[in-house]
Design a binder for this molecule. Structure first.
Ligand SMILES: Cc1cc2nc3c(=O)[nH]c(=O)nc-3n(C[C@H](O)[C@H](O)[C@H](O)COP(=O)(O)OP(=O)(O)OC[C@H]3O[C@@H](n4cnc5c(N)ncnc54)[C@H](O)[C@@H]3O)c2cc1C
Length: 418
């Protein structure tokens, strides 16, 4: 069951600093950076966010938030009412129209207790920034270095300035600078890429049904994202020497036309201009071990970029946020807590996340293009088994004990503040 953690004033992310507040430097103001900053401000820390872009105008298509990610957003006091599109079903089929499995998303929601929705990234960031103290974000601040100090860390910016804190959280995305500084290996291309974006169609017949189709040369997804918006992606092989065709829409049509009526509508609507930002090569990070610097940790895509197959990027960033906030608040309970307690908490967060992340990253890197003959046995999976398997996997990924402890702590704070 979802516990609501919002009252008249709890959408304000900033609370009074607590006596032993940590000075926390967050690099990157994407979903991961703003989520963790929101959680740490809620917990009474002194948080600053540094973003290389000149402003907070967000780009991108739509992202998926599964039940466990929705629970974290609720814990952060983020109001998602009416945002994007609630999903009821993920329908998986082959390119010849053979039904493989229908995942009953409503059942996942009932069992795990949080909404499953597709949300334009722009809308999610707007909701995360609602009530967030924007003076805590410094744009035009590209981080180029970080060094350990006697009692913490200093980050350095491209303009020569620097800032000191007790710890730095690298939430700086796929090709993270902080990841390199922490000594973690870089992301590797998987050999696939997505041509993707968000389009507005005149009408979407089944607004709550996400469609995924697997064929011999690639796969595609058409996931409604609210109103008449549809997130589309076409996945094809890719290698570093890839030469972009002059008219990529022709290439997509030749690979995917005829897969379904909706696919044909989308292909007829898309133009080469819609494809201009694509392709997006898929990368996968080896899940990092202990960072080289004690006062550094990684979060979101900086820690674990993975292919978009299970639509887990944003969701996993939210789970990181919950686990890191909890580890830090547990470590700071005693007024006498020192840097050794802080560093232990960072390592506990990384260890807690590592096994789940390794599993989800492994699953997302499985080959998704298959011939009809290979897919034939998969068509024998019943919908109820498919739904059960997905629910079980999502439940295992959810850190339910930690989530319950966070819910209890937030509920008791809410009672005390009344
Ligand atoms: C423009 C954009 C569009 C996207 N579109 C989609 C989409 O359509 N569908 C989807 O599933 N996922 C998309 N994603 C990825 C998705 O946002 C992430 O998988 C997920 O939300 C986790 O986000 P993150 O905050 O870890 O990383 P990101 O969202 O990549 O955010 C990282 C932030 O760090 C900043 N940054 C990077 N380096 C530095 C530096 N040295 N100093 C300071 N700041 C730095 C970046 O500018 C960025 O704002 C997109 C990401 C971006 C940046």
């Amino acid at each position: 069951m979802t516990v609501r953690h919002r009252d008249s004033d709890s959408t304000r992310a900033e609370r009074t600093l607590k006596p032993n507040a940590l000075r926390i430097l967050v690099v990157g103001a994407g979903v991961a950076g703003i989520s963790i900053a929101r959680g740490l401000l809620r917990d009474g820390h002194d948080v600053s966010v540094f973003e290389r872009r000149p402003d907070m105008r967000p780009g991108g298509g739509a992202v998926t938030i599964w039940s466990n990610g929705s629970t974290v957003l609720d814990q952060l006091g983020v109001d998602m009412e009416g945002a994007g599109q609630l999903l009821s079903t993920v329908r998986i089929a082959t390119s010849t129209g053979r039904r493989l499995v229908n995942i009953d998303v409503s059942t996942i929601m009932d069992r795990l207790g949080g909404a499953v929705r597709m949300v334009p990234r722009r809308v999610l960031l707007e909701r995360l920034l609602d009530g967030f103290p924007v003076d805590r974000i410094r744009c035009n601040s590209r981080v180029v270095g970080a060094v350990s100090t006697r009692d913490g860390v200093r980050i350095e910016f491209e303009d020569g300035s620097s800032v000191e804190g007790d710890l730095v959280i690298g939430a700086d995305g796929l090709h993270s600078k902080i990841r390199g500084i922490a000594g973690a290996p870089p992301a590797k291309p998987t050999g696939w890429c997505s041509w993707q974006g968000l389009i507005t169609l005149p009408d979407i017949a089944e607004k709550d049904v996400a469609v995924q189709i697997i064929g011999p040369r690639g796969n595609l997804g058409l996931w409604p994202a609210g109103g008449r918006d549809l997130q589309w992606w076409f996945d094809l092989p890719w290698s570093p020497g890839f030469v972009r065709p002059e008219h990529p829409i022709d290439m997509l049509r030749s690979n995917f036309a005829g897969w379904s009526d909706l696919v044909d509508d989308v292909l007829a609507t898309l133009t080469d201009d819609d494809l201009a930002p694509s392709p997006f090569p898929h990368f996968r990070h080896p899940i990092p071990s202990t960072p080289r610097m004690r006062a550094v940790t990684l979060l979101g895509d900086a820690a674990h970029a993975m292919p978009p197959i299970l639509a887990q990027g944003t969701n996993q960033a939210l789970l990181d946020t919950m686990v890191l906030c909890k580890a830090l608040s547990d470590s700071q309970k005693e007024a006498s807590a020192g840097t050794a307690d802080l560093y232990r908490a960072l390592r506990r967060y990384e260890k807690t996340r590592r096994r789940r992340l390794s599993a989800v990253s492994w699953v997302t890197s499985r080959q998704m293009s298959q011939s009809e003959s290979v897919l034939k046995p998969a068509a024998m999976i019943s919908d109820s088994f498919g739904t059960w398997a997905m629910t079980t996997f999502m439940r295992w990924l959810s850190h339910r004990r930690i989530s319950a402890e966070v819910n209890r702590a937030l509920s008791s704070q809410l009672v005390q503040s009344r």
